[in-house]
Design a protein around this ligand. Sequence first.
Ligand code: NI
Ligand code: MN
Length: 227
Amino acid sequence: MKITYYGHSCVLVEAEGKRIIIDPFLTGNPAATVSPGDIRVDAVLLTHGHGDHFGDCIDIAKANGCPIVAVYELAEYCKSQGAEAYGMNIGGSQAFDGFKVKYTLAFHSSSLTVGDTVIYTGEPGGILLTIGDKTFFHAGDTGLFGDMRLIGEMNRIDAAALPIGDSLTMGPEDALVAAEWLRASHVLPVHYDTFDGIRQDASLYCERLAQKGIKGHPLKSGESFEI
Ligand code: NI
Ligand code: MN
């Protein structure tokens, strides 16, 4: 499984010939190294509806003729925009063509602002994405919560994307605890440095992960690691 970071919370997961993008915020993302038109994928997964995660999902799904997978209300909104979408909800899993998705809790909020209107987009989630024998966990935007232990007990997480930016999500201290509780072998810090207010030292975070025996990957946008 190859994991490529495109800045903020956008991650491309490739394995077994499948290419899945999560939270494709590229237009307006100062760290993005690719354009939405360059993305070739089999599915778009969304953790929640906020603009810095929803991003270019509609254009990417339409250009690739692929589905968006999201929590029910967000999936319904995507359908209203002419995209193919599959609605799920927290605790549910679903097998798709060559990959499996399960939604977990995330303690955050979820909405999409279109013009002057704030649209309710259901609950926010985390995503367990399994392709072949590897599972990648994208925590979405979340604070630390105790059931991360349960998620770690019930799933073998090979790699996890965890927000470290603070202010809107966990900061580095809480994300260290999250990495331990999730029992993740590899951790990709996300949701930092995109804007003022969420600046963090990802290298220091990964050094502190290493002290706990966890391999951290402080990737620059466009860089990858394989597990
Ligand atoms: Ni958010
Ligand atoms: Mn966010």
